[in-house]
Each structure stands twice: as structure tokens, then as C-alpha cells.
Design a protein around this ligand. Sequence first.
Ligand code: SF4
Length: 363
Amino acid sequence: MLSTQKHSGEITSRDVEQALGTPAGCYSPEKLLALISPAAEDYLERMAQLAHQLTLQRFGRTVRLYAPLYLSNYCVNGCAYCGFNKDHQFPRIRLTIENALAEADIIAKEGFRDLLLVSSEDRLFVSVDYLCELASKLRPKFSSISVEIYQMATEEYAKLFAAGIEGVTLYQETYDRDTYRKYHHSGPKADYDNRLSAPDSIAQAGMREIGIGVLLGLSDWRLETLALGEHAHYLIKKYWKSHVSFSFPRLRPAKNVDRSQFYFLSDKNLVQMITALRLCFADAGLVLSTRESAALRDHLIEIGITKVSAGSKTSPGGYSQPKNAVEQFEIDDTRSPFEVAEMIKSHGLEPVWKDWDSAFIKG
Ligand code: SF4
């Protein structure tokens, strides 16, 4: 993958300075390797300043806000890190279209116009038709609808797109095959190669937004970041009509999940990963969820994050009945959407509830 074949531990401060001397926002695997190396930890302040300036140039003083809406926690997969794992025993919930619309009403009343529909792999209930019907009913209230859902075929993504869904987020979870096998032992998601091909299918269906990422905690973050960079570079070159975003989900506590088997990525290295990716990908969206603490999120929106969730519930029905459901994972930043918007303003940035209207792409 890397022409230099250097190990991140062999990178020197000279390599880091050389990388920082290249045009901000341009990618090469050597540059990314240098910026995520242990040697670059001494340059974090400078990297953060450069990332901040570049984000201001490309995105202005804005941070988009979105909310997730969980539709089902029935799942056919056995991902070892997830609270919705099929082997876990708990009362599962599926939202009918009417239930989902009621949840969406609560989200819309909080001011959101950017909605992320989330579901476990529950094709029997959360089918393509279900999603299309739901999207068509949500569109009068939401200017942007995207999904974070099980992997589909290109034709299925195309149906979602035609129904007004413009973006798909789908994490590889880990690019390391052995690690992937270890944590995905059953269900359709256990097929590594199939998973890896999903962003191609999403782009080929014409989706405007492709979100990629790894679950931070499954494998070495530096190797994962290099693979993520290569994957993004490939997608950006091949599918120039789609916009690529990175998300940074760090593993969070979840019911019935033993956390001792996972790595811990420090705040410092998370900051390094985010700034390094910004300095290699000037136009990529950088998305941060409420998995992270309020203090860290406040800091990271200064550096280069372009989109944050707020007031999130990670269980189906969680907005109307917060006490009843099992969450996929615990959130950390529990502030209300209003409080998060005020925090963004206090940094001299503008919280944007809507910056895109799907009407723009209709002929
Ligand atoms: S991560 Fe997704 S696919 Fe895996 S068990 Fe959880 S909900 Fe199911």
C-alpha cells in the first residue's frame, strides 16, 4: 500500500515536518503515515491550527447538526462489540412507520432538518420498501435524510435515492481481515469482502454522501487510519460526484459486551487521527457523534469537525420513551440539541440545522 514501506515507528520529526510542508489538504499515503506517527504527537498543536484554518477555508464558520432515528434493534448478526448482537437476550423493538414518524416529529420540533435513519440488520421488517415509504413521508419535514443501515445492493440503494435518501453511512468496522473475522462470527455481515465493496455500490447508485469509518478499539488505530485514507482516496478519485465523510466512532460501553477485549484509543490519538485526515482530505466531512464527551466535542469542533449529532437516543423509540429501550451503546454527551447549538455559537461558529435541500437534485 505504501511506496516507502516505512513503519510509523520509524518516522522522524523531519518526516513530519516534511509532511506539514506539503499543501494542506492534499493526500499521499506517506504524508498520512507521517502525521499519524508517534513522532507527530509532538506536532499536535501545529496540526490542529492547520486543520482549523483549512476547515474554515473549505467549510466556513459552520457546523451541521443531525439526529439519528433508530428504527429496529432486531438483528441477524453477531457483532461481538454491539448491544444489539443477535445472541443477546432483551426485549427487542421495531418501529412501525407511524411510530417512526412520531419519533421524527419530536426530532423535528427540536429544530433538526438533517435526519439519519439507523437500523440493525432487520431486512424482514426494515425493508427497502419500508425505508422508501418512510422517507417519502419524512421529506416534507426534513431537508436531508440519510441511512446507516445493513449493506444493500446497488439497485436497492438506487431505490432509496429515488425516494429521497441522499446519503449512506457504512463503516468497514476494521480493515484488518483477521480482526474482522474475530468480531464478526455470524450473519451476513461476516463477509469481509462484501462489506468492503459496499461504498462502491452506494456511489454507483448515485448517492450524494458516502460516510465511511472504522470502529476505533478493534485494531491498531494507525493501521486502520492508513487503510481508511487509501479507501477514501480511491472513492474520491473514482466517484467524484459523491462526497466522502469520515466518522470516528470509538467503542462505548454496551449492555452484555465485555470491553476488556478491545483497545483503548486515547483522546490525544483521536485528535491526531482527525487532524491528520483533515490535512490529507481538505473537502471530506468529519462527523462526530455523542459517543464522545461534551468537553472533547467542544474542543474538536474548533479543529475540523463539520457535522455533529446532538440529543441522540440510540434505541428505537428512545425519543418518546427514553426509559423503555436497550441502547446500542451509551452516549457520553447528554446535552440537549439547544445546548449543543449554544456551545457551537459560543465558539464563534454557526450551528446549521439545514444546509442542503433534496429539491436541488430533482430534475
Ligand atoms: S453492529 Fe449492527 S449488524 Fe452488528 S450486531 Fe449491532 S446492529 Fe447488528
